[in-house]
Design a binder for this molecule. Sequence first.
Ligand code: AMP
Ligand code: MG
Length: 411
Amino acid sequence: MAPPAVGLVPVEEAQAHVVAACAPLRPNRIPLAEALGRVAAERLVASEAVPPFDNSAMDGYAVRAADTATAPVVLPVVATVGAGAVPDVPVGPRQAVRIMTGAPLPDGADAVVMVEQTSSRSGGREVEVHAPVTVGTALRRAGEDVAPGDMVVDAGTALVPGHLGVLASVGVSELSVFPRARVGVLSTGDELVSGSGALRPGQIRDSNRPTLLALVTEAGCEAVDLGSASDDETSIRAVFTAGTQHCDAVVTSGGVSMGDFDLVKVVLGELGDMRWMQVAVKPAKPLAFGVIGTTPVFGLPGNPVSSMVSFELFARPALRKMMGFPPSAWRRPLLAAVAEELLERRRDGKTHLVRVVASLDGEGRYRVRSVPGQGSHQLAAMASANALAVLPDGAGVSAGEVVRVMLLSSS
Ligand code: AMP
Ligand code: MG
């Protein structure tokens, strides 16, 4: 890749700077039922076997396999055992016990004949076995799924539904996980109003706050609405001070550009250890990042598309790191896709992120086309896209060429 324009910070450098300043949160113990989507902070080892006992994989008859060698053969049925019952009658030579799926295997038996391979005789007192079975047929042995001492979930695993089931199967009812980050979201700007009331001249509606609150939630965090601050230092300072005391991280938008009223970077510089960057990316060039006390503050640009892209590039990876996710799960998936049309750009020392619709073709390959409206204020166009095509500095990507895309949603 060509070097970025003078004074611009490469995207990777800005990302590395931000991520390095954000440490994983302290783990806590929670009930298993609340663990979906959390990252395990401990290695979980089974203390018991699954299945806990040898049992039948089928409805049928528990037998001694050797007795079926001369099948067809008729055997007396000496007992019945259902799932959850304890067999009290063993299977003796040339005997059978009626058994249900999941029921413990009676002593003496070494195979199960599935009911479809049998005929009931004498009102159920006898069974005819049609074909021979071998030792172990239709049996599930104790520990075949999990043996005592097996690791079922490693530390650093992001928990999906199957993990919760496995943990339940070995009797784990609570575990240590990295908590959700509580992330405050703040808008800044004298022009902003919330809600649906009439706009006075010069006013616009605050769209960044709902968007960023949703992105924060989607990233797995607990979103906290910190409202909106006007463009004065006192107001911004007050919200920052309160927000950083009550939250694990704060995300703000607006006030980080070159304008006279861009006071977020001023206040952030006063309150904390702040770095203000012009990143070699379009959109989302300005970024103020700082730490107040121990709380990271992400000062994202105000333009609605820029704030979303900046969140994806810088805030999301850092917040995911704070929640214990491994580096592979910090960012959105980066895929290879075929450009259906020319994705044009000019050389300017920046990486361009083009709003595209990515869809799977008949061969299971992603194909992308750009959405109309690529301005950093055109949020509706951004909302209609599901991916960002990553165009390195240069002349763009021709139709039919492969381009990397950051997939924002798969629908
Ligand atoms: P700023 O970075 O504060 O100069 O803002 C850049 C542009 O984004 C301006 O046009 C702002 O009006 C707009 N903007 C800033 N914050 C928001 C917001 N919360 N919702 C919608 N637009 C915003
Ligand atoms: Mg502003």
